[in-house]
Write a protein that binds this ligand. Structure first.
Ligand code: HEC
Length: 517
């Protein structure tokens, strides 16, 4: 008996030890959150696709996840929610730490989940127009960052409505992020012609104020922005698309030839996507940060009409340290959080899109706080000793600008979700469908789900079994494509058999349900 107990005792540490292992616990976290950048041919330095690769970096992985440096996700996810969010929960961080403490065991290799499938080629479909860099750009192997603007003529002979813009980085080992603009004046082409190499070097923007200084943006791992049907942008005749590419440091000289896929709108655009900015003109002081100063600028913009916000992109340079943007109603009673970036990181700026359109009513004031640390203690301060900082596009100048893409609001916009451009997800419910309600039989409330292939104005009614309308739940509300759910309160209804009917714009379906008392 004693022997048996000591046998179990010596097994005990083994049991605890084998609790957290790679195959069952750590691989799902790494494959979900890291591998899209950490694999061959992508921007991140080390591949994390197998047990051996992950185990070899176990302690540094514990470190970079523990301090939330990886995965890179700068917005505070408890403040507002974005499409394609990528952050680890406290429990996931703890799992990685426990695994490293246990000696990074593999577990049963057969239990390792498969690697996710990363689509090659366009994630949206077949582009209508591909704008490619006309030659390869050589990024020197001098371990320096490089910011180069490329001018891509569209060749369009007429103004064209577009539904999606997709940046296709040519060399993912060096392409760190891109900001896109549009020029119809030829100024960018002139800057390119004046430069000896292909494109022209420009750190913070395009070197002048182009026709559209925020056509799109891209960072590794981000999905292309596909506007919901009937929303979109206009690309002007004879325009040039400008791509400001940030190349990350590399020890060996490498080339890049990136391209931009443009998808024309296949339905007439009813509402054009517009860009508002909050910039130094919205401040009541000069945008100047003195040496040694930590300064917060507070700009405001009152929204004159109801708008639906699609995405937000704050922009600053190297001494910017945080950003916060929110909207407040005129009576001060309601606040809508837009974005909070507690630790600004120039390397991980991006365009942050909401999962569905965000309504900001007329009369609300948008407040935008940008903080800048111009002290010698700031390790990212480009000047040593610190210098006076003011507006400009170079590394040693600063910017305070937040781009907000929006359309004019229509009732029901809150239901319009932004397609994730992931073909697999879009294929899950290819049919237009009214789903069975739940619960059925119902007592106090029913939930009615439906799926749309294109946006529609719909009405929902509860009828008797002969189709006579007993109650109209809503009338002519607009819904975007995708999944929706609506509820109806039935608490004072008598028991019996009823129908719910969803109809509008050529769609008309009814389904029976029962109320029990
Ligand atoms: C959006 C792309 C992206 C994602 C997602 C991402 N990384 Fe990274 N990672 C990078 C880049 C780029 C670098 C190198 C530059 C840097 O250190 O900022 C890096 C650096 C690292 C390093 C340091 C490597 C070294 O030797 O310097 C580690 C470790 C790391 N990542 C782990 C992870 C882990 C673990 C995850 C998931 C929890 C993750 N990363 C998710 C892009 C990414």
């Amino acid at each position: 008996m004693k022997k048996l107990i000591s046998f179990f005792l010596c097994l005990l540490p083994l049991a605890v030890w084998s609790q957290v292992n790679f195959a069952e616990h750590v691989a799902p976290i790494i494959f979900d959150h890291c591998t899209k950048c950490h694999r061959d041919g992508e921007i991140a330095p080390v591949p994390l696709t197998t047990y051996e690769e992950v185990a070899a970096s176990a302690s540094i992985i514990e470190y970079v996840t523990g301090i939330r440096y990886m995965p890179p996700w700068t917005p505070d996810h408890t403040y507002s929610t974005f499409r394609d969010e990528n952050f680890l929960t406290d429990a996931e961080i703890a799992t990685i730490a426990d695994w490293v403490a246990a000696g990074a065991p593999q577990g049963d290799p057969a239990l390792t989940p498969p690697l996710p499938v990363f689509p090659e080629g366009s994630q949206v479909g077949t582009p209508d127009l591909v704008l490619s860099m006309s030659e390869a750009f050589e990024h020197q192997g001098n371990n320096q960052d490089m910011y180069q603007v490329f001018v891509l003529p569209t060749g369009l002979t007429q103004d064209t409505d577009i539904a999606a813009i997709e940046v296709r980085p040519g060399n993912k080992n060096i392409c760190h992020h891109a900001i896109l603009g549009v020029d119809i004046t030829g100024q960018a082409a002139a800057l390119d012609a004046a430069s000896t190499e292909y494109g022209y070097t420009q750190f913070g923007g395009f070197g002048f104020n182009p026709t559209d200084n925020f056509f799109s943006a891209w960072v590794p791992g981000s999905n292309p922005l596909v506007f919901p049907p009937t929303l979109g942008k206009k690309l002007f005749a004879n325009s040039d698309v400008l791509v400001q590419m940030h190349y990350g440091p590399t020890a060996i000289t490498q080339t890049d030839q990136s391209s931009v896929n443009i998808f024309f709108a296949d339905q007439p655009i009813q509402r054009y996507v517009q860009t508002a900015t909050i910039n130094p003109q919205n401040l009541d002081e000069l945008f100047v940060i003195m040496p040694g100063q930590v300064k917060t600028f507070h700009g405001t913009l009152t929204v004159p009409v109801d708008v639906s916000l699609i995405d937000v992109a704050p922009h600053g340079h190297l001494i910017c340290s945080s950003y916060e943007v929110y909207a407040v109603s005129a009576n001060g009673q309601d606040t809508i959080n837009i974005i909070k970036i507690p630790e600004w990181d120039f390397n991980w700026q991006g365009l942050f899109a909401y999962p569905s359109l965000m309504h900001i009513p007329a009369g609300y004031t948008i407040h935008c706080f940008g903080t800048y640390d111009n002290t010698a203690d700031n390790p990212t301060n480009p000047n040593d000793p610190p210098q006076i900082m003011s507006w400009g596009e170079s590394t040693t100048e600063e910017m305070y600008i937040t781009f907000l893409q929006y359309v004019l609001y229509q009732p029901g916009d809150e239901n319009i979700s932004l397609p994730t451009a992931n073909a697999e997800q879009m294929m899950v419910y290819p049919k237009e469908q009214l789903f069975p309600c739940y619960p059925n039989p119902a007592y106090s409330e029913i939930n009615i789900g439906f799926h749309l292939k294109s946006p529609r104005m719909l009405s929902l009614e509860i009828t008797d079994m002969q189709g006579r309308v007993l109650e109209s739940v809503f009338t002519k509300l607009s819904f975007g494509m995708g999944w929706h759910k609506q509820s109806a309160d039935l608490s004072d209804w008598p028991a019996g058999q009823y129908l719910y009917r969803l109809h509008g714009d050529g769609f008309d379906e009814s389904r029976p349900f029962v109320i029990q008392r």
